[in-house]
Structure formats: structure tokens, C-alpha cells
Ligand binder design. Structure first.
Ligand code: FAD
Ligand code: NAP
Length: 321
């Protein structure tokens, strides 16, 4: 067992964690990033990224994350192949334990553990991910220009994604398993007023149909949740929008979470309910969930850490006088 100590400990190696690391390293805080089970984060699971600023041509998600990691290491970040399994935030330095048995001590902690989309759990869904089935309209909607698209879900995300997709398609169907949405009324009003969106109530997807060869998704097989009647809807894009799981199980009971289990931060900052602990990226953001917003809040977290440590050091120096 080894104990690693740092001024700035970062959990997560997605755009939020690595951006925090770049800023923290350049501020001389010699950060440690514990990478977790998905080094590079969610963008490692995708191909084309067309909306990260700075690149005129299409770039690949894994390439972008390799570049971010190389930049973070180049300026002095230490990367650890480990996943945090236990935390003690009751005193500083904070003490965290990795899967490897190693101990990580940080004067400040940045949580950037991200969130994962919920899926329906169908084999056909898994087989067609990236071939017509997606969980991010902002990321992938552009690839379905002029095509028939379906969105599955009934919350704010589903309604917003359906409305967003009308920028790319004039044939969007929103499929919901009940006969009323849980989305806010204002969003519902906007949806019902839109001529290019149809709603299918009381329907669940049974199968995402593969057209074979390079065709990808060609249709959805549906079942009526009231009558049991089966039907088929021809679509080339299927967006699953049934919510996200923020990776916060580890922090329950240690820092304040909201009713959807996202980490609560003070408005306009990355400060959590525990002084010295900061959160950035998808783990504290249930609205935007983009690489660029994750990177932006990662930068904010590093600046907040710098300020926090400077104040803490000043208090220690004053007490010693
Ligand atoms: P994540 O990228 O989720 O990273 C979380 C990190 O935390 C991971 O490294 C994980 O290993 C680590 N971690 C978790 N638990 C622990 C633990 N206990 N200990 C240590 N580490 C831990 N956004 C765009 O802007 N453009 C796109 O084109 C785009 N395409 C996408 C395509 C797909 C298929 C997906 C799934 C997402 C896409 N997104 C896109 C969204 C984007 O990937 C996310 O918004 C972004 O990755 C969030 O960054 P993050 O750093 O907050 O978290
Ligand atoms: P959500 O509110 O939990 O809604 C999930 C939807 O998916 C529900 O309608 C649910 O159906 C449906 N669903 C869940 N599991 C399903 C399954 N297995 N099969 C079929 N349908 C399924 O999730 P969300 O829409 O992602 O929103 C999460 C939180 O973020 C909410 O608090 C929301 O207000 C917030 N948010 C806010 C904004 C905004 O303010 N603009 C935007 C996005 C999200 P049932 O209704 O039948 O349960």
C-alpha cells in the first residue's frame, strides 16, 4: 500500500477532471488524477465529435481525450490507474482509498466522476449503439439530417431532445410509455405546438430493428402498454432519453446531493457542501452535459481550489504568528 499526497486530488479523467488538472498543474498544485474505470470518460465511447471548439474538421472522441491527458501530464499532472472506493471527507487532508489499496490524500478535492445515460437494456439497443441508437441528441442529432427520428422518454430531457431534433428533421416521433409527460408544462406546450413532432402514447420499444449490412437502425418494434397491440415505426435514428445516473454513490451521506442524486454546488461556483471539496462536469450538471461545459466547469473548479488553498494557507500562517 502506498500513500500519495497532493495539494489537489481529482477524481475522474473526462473533460472536467482533465481540464481541472491542466489549470491546477499550471497553478503549481501538482495535481493527482485518479482515472477510474473509464479513463478518458464518456468521449472514449464515441467516434465523431463535431462541436468541441477549436477544430474545423471532425475529430474523434478518444483522440480528443488522449490530447487532453497528454496536455495535463505535460504541465505536471500525475495520472493514477485506480478507482476510488472509500472516502473520508471529515477532516483535511481528505483521505480516499483506491481499489488497489493505495491511499490518496488531498488538501482539496475535485469530484469529476461524470454521469452515465440510462438505457432500456435491450440486446438490440446495445447492438445498434452508434449505428442509429444514441442517448445524446446534441451530440449525434446532426448525423440524422433529413431522416426519420424517434425519441423515447417522457421527462424534460426527452421533450427537449425531440424539440432540438426538429432542427435536423421534419419527422420526429416522441414515444412515451404512459399517457402523460412528466416534463414541465412550458416544454410540453412547445412540443404540442410543433408541427414536426408526433407523440405516441402508451408505447414501449421491444426491439430496435437492424437493417443488416451497413444500414444500421431501420425501425422500432413497439408494444402498446395498455392493449398489448404490436406496431412498427420506421426510423433511422432512435434517441433514448430516459434519464442519467450521476456517479455519486460514493458520496452519499458525505456531501449534499439533489433529489436526482447530482452533487449540489453553490450557484456560480463549483463549491459543494464540504469546504475544500469541489464538483465539476456531468456529476453536477443535469442540464447541459457537454464536453465543452464539463471542461469549462473543470476550469472553474481549479480556480476555486486555488482560491480555497490560498485562503487556507493564509489562515494557517496567521494562526502561527
Ligand atoms: P465523464 O466524461 O463521464 O468522465 C467521468 C470520469 O470519472 C471517468 O474518467 C471515470 O472513469 C471517472 N470516475 C467515475 N467514478 C470514479 C471513481 N470512483 N474514482 C475515480 N474515477 C472515477 N459531448 C459533446 O460535447 N460533444 C459530443 O459529440 C459528445 N458525444 C457524446 C457521445 C457519447 C456516446 C456520449 C456517451 C457522450 C457524448 N458527449 C458529447 C457528452 C460528453 O461526453 C460528456 O458531457 C462529458 O464527457 C462529461 O465529462 P465529465 O468529465 O464530466 O465526465
Ligand atoms: P426523468 O425526469 O427521470 O424522466 C425520465 C423519463 O423516462 C420518464 O418520463 C420515464 O417514464 C421515462 N422512462 C424511465 N425509464 C424508462 C424505461 N425503462 N422505458 C421507457 N421509459 C422510461 O429524466 P430526465 O428527463 O432526464 O430529467 C432528469 C432531471 O433533470 C429532472 O429533474 C429534470 O427536470 C431535469 N432536467 C431539466 C431540464 C431543464 O430544466 N431544461 C432539462 C433536462 C433535464 P415515466 O414518466 O413513466 O416514469
Amino acid at each position: 500500500m502506498t500513500t500519495h499526497t497532493t495539494r489537489m486530488l481529482i477524481l475522474g479523467s473526462g473533460p472536467a477532471g482533465l481540464s481541472a488538472a491542466i489549470y491546477g498543474a499550471r497553478a503549481g498544485l501538482a495535481p493527482i488524477v485518479v482515472q477510474g474505470i473509464q479513463p478518458g470518460g464518456q468521449l472514449m465511447t464515441t467516434t465523431d465529435v463535431e462541436n468541441y471548439p477549436g477544430f474545423k474538421d471532425v475529430i474523434q472522441g478518444p483522440w480528443l481525450m488522449e490530447q487532453m491527458q497528454a496536455q495535463a501530464e505535460h504541465v505536471g499532472t500525475r495520472m493514477m490507474w485506480d478507482t476510488i472506493v472509500e472516502i473520508d471527507l471529515s477532516r483535511r487532508p481528505f483521505r480516499l482509498i483506491g481499489d488497489s489499496g493505495d491511499v490518496y490524500e488531498g488538501d482539496a478535492l475535485v469530484i469529476a466522476t461524470g454521469a452515465q445515460a440510462k438505457w432500456l437494456g435491450l440486446d438490440s439497443e446495445e447492438a445498434l449503439k452508434g449505428k442509429g441508437v444514441s442517448a445524446c441528441a446534441t451530440c449525434d442529432g446532426f448525423f440524422f439530417r433529413g431522416k426519420k427520428i424517434a425519441v423515447i422518454g417522457g421527462g424534460n430531457t426527452a421533450v427537449e431532445e425531440a424539440l432540438y431534433l426538429t432542427n435536423h428533421s421534419d419527422d420526429v416521433t416522441l414515444i412515451h410509455r404512459r399517457d402523460s409527460f412528466r416534463a414541465e408544462k412550458i416544454l410540453q406546450d412547445r412540443l404540442f405546438a410543433h408541427k414536426n413532432v408526433k407523440v405516441l402514447w402508451n408505447k414501449e420499444v421491444e426491439t430496435f430493428v437492424d437493417g443488416g449490412g451497413t444500414a444500421g437502425l431501420v425501425a422500432l418494434e413497439l408494444v402498446d402498454t395498455v392493449t398489448g397491440e404490436k406496431s412498427r415505426l420506421d426510423v433511422e435514428g432512435g434517441f433514448v432519453a430516459i434519464g442519467h445516473h450521476p456517479a455519486t454513490e460514493l458520496f452519499r451521506g458525505h456531501i449534499e446531493l439533489d433529489s436526482d442524486h447530482y452533487i449540489k454546488v453553490e450557484t456560480g461556483s463549483t463549491r459543494t457542501s464540504v469546504p475544500g471539496v469541489f464538483a465539476c462536469g456531468d456529476v453536477m450538471d443535469k442540464i447541459y452535459r457537454q464536453a465543452v461545459t464539463a471542461a469549462g466547469t473543470g476550469c472553474m473548479a481549479a480556480l476555486d481550489v486555488e482560491r480555497f488553498l490560498a485562503e487556507a494557507d493564509f489562515e494557517v500562517a496567521e494562526a502561527a504568528e
